[in-house]
Ligand binder design. Structure first.
Ligand code: PNW
Length: 449
């Protein structure tokens, strides 16, 4: 194999999100979010986990920036808890909440790390949920108001903004299957929420055009779909799954329409959408972030509501602890598909990583995590192949800097480059962290050995 080299200026990052790492969710005047409520509702979270403490990053962020520095990161993607800044979601600003993010950004910049601030990574203010949350069309204005507060406070120092993280997960987990906050289960709500998420993202981009001076983008989780057989039924199921998960959001944002397969999926639950709305959803972002974890091989399955499609397990493949097939070629397929469908625009891989069971921590030693290191190595090789194929990828963020709260799965799934002992808050580097540091220091050369 030849020596790999990533482009000069390629951004090497790691990603986290507010509710998953911060802890202190109600500190210093913050309002509750829907995740605060969901986690405190019996039966919703594995092992009764909550984000009350998480990685205690709210109080230990300086130590965590030192960990980033030790890896040689040039970028860090974090999210802002809306209800820390606007406890009621709109209106009154909480200066102490705003100040936390200002201090974090200052600490990053002082260490030469470029902040990428995500405005929404699932923790909607509970006060807005009380007003209908993502089902209320006004949410686009609420979100733009909050976005402008953040732009005004931090745009001098934050040069990369992200509107919404993974709208599909919000819709599918939060409103269709009820596995994530706010825990609704309705095929009538799901497409309305999807549309309002994209209206909100567009409204924030529009606000940025008036007030911002740098770059704003949106983040989609893309999971390429491959048919299990060449039967007409499996091909149609694959198209539905692809339209629902991958095209629904990116088409609204970049093409100003929805794929026709969604009508099949939602049937009479598909809402009438005013054509004028697409002028709002379709605001060209400066970049798109793609979260890539896995692929799905899809078959027709009438029992799956409402998609009538389900994934087929690949007997020869390796699966992560969250049940995701390790499939690095999917990274190449995803990035080239995205470029071909939506045209040239700068892309970032804004999340990629894997949960595997880790061995116990031995004092003072690097924790050995061969499967995660292997996942990282092979996906970075795939990323390099996509860049060689001409896709304009500007950076990569590993998910995640730290072991953290894996949403309703609690602390049972570890994605971190650093192990976290949740009893003591001690951070321990894993071998995957060492590998990543070597990749960064060598511009990728160690990947080609
Ligand atoms: C992402 N899927 O979630 C999120 O952005 C992170 O907050 C999360 O911790 C990470 O991936 C690991 O799960 C996803 O079903 C959740 O395809 C589900 C899917 C994809 C991404």
């Amino acid at each position: 194999m030849t020596r790999l080299r990533f482009p000069d200026g390629f951004l090497w990052g790691a990603a986290t999100s507010a509710y998953q790492i911060e802890g202190s969710p109600l500190a210093d005047g913050a309002g509750p979010s829907i995740w605060q409520r969901f986690a405190h509702t019996p039966g919703m979270m594995r092992d009764g986990a909550t984000g009350d403490v998480a990685c205690d990053h709210y109080r230990r962020f300086r130590e965590d920036v030192r960990l980033m520095k030790a890896l040689g990161l040039t970028g860090y993607r974090f999210s802002i808890n809306w209800a820390r800044v606007l406890p009621e979601g709109t209106g009154r600003i909480n200066p102490k909440g705003l100040d936390f993010y200002a201090r974090l950004v200052d600490e990053l910049l002082a260490n030469g790390i470029e902040p990428n601030a995500t405005l929404f990574h699932w923790d909607l203010p509970a006060a807005l949920d009380d007003r209908g949350g993502w089902l209320n069309r006004d949410v686009a204005h609420w979100f733009a108001e909050y976005a402008q507060v953040m732009f005004r406070a931090l745009d001098g120092r934050v040069r990369q903004w992200t509107t919404i993280n993974e709208p599909w997960v919000v819709v599918d987990g939060g409103y269709l299957h009820g596995t994530l906050a706010p825990g609704h289960r309705s095929k009538y709500e799901a497409p309305r929420v999807a549309h309002n998420l994209m209206r909100a993202s567009g409204a924030a981009i529009q606000a940025y055009r008036a007030h911002g001076r740098h770059h704003i983008g949106v983040v989609f989780n893309i999971e390429p779909k491959y048919p299990a057989t060449s039967s007409a039924q499996d091909l149609a199921a694959t198209r539905r799954a692809h339209a629902y998960m991958n095209e629904q959001f990116a088409d609204a944002a970049l093409l100003g329409r929805y794929p026709p397969e969604l009508h099949e999926v939602f049937g009479e639950a598909w809402p009438a959408i005013p054509e004028a709305d697409f002028a709002l959803t379709c605001q060209r972002p400066d970049f798109v972030g793609i979260n890539y974890y896995t692929r799905a091989v899809v078959r027709h399955d009438p029992g799956q509501y409402p998609l009538q499609a389900s994934p087929v397990r690949q007997p020869q493949a390796t699966y992560t602890e969250t049940g995701w097939e390790v499939y690095p070629q999917g990274m190449v397929d995803t990035l080239t598909w995205f470029r071909d469908r939506y045209g040239d625009l700068p892309l970032y891989v804004t999340e990629n990583g894997a949960a595997f069971p880790d061995p116990p921590v031995a004092d003072g030693e690097v924790l050995d995590d061969p499967p995660r290191a292997d996942y990282l190595r092979r996906h970075l090789q795939a990323l390099h192949a996509a860049i060689e194929a001409g896709v304009d990828v500007r950076g990569y963020y590993a998910w995640s800097l730290l072991d953290n709260l894996e949403w309703s799965l609690g602390y049972s799934k570890r994605f971190g480059l650093y192990h976290v002992d949740f009893a003591t808050q001690k951070r321990t580097p894993k071998a995957s962290a060492r590998l990543y540091a070597e990749v960064i220091a060598s511009h990728g050369a160690v990947l080609g050995a």
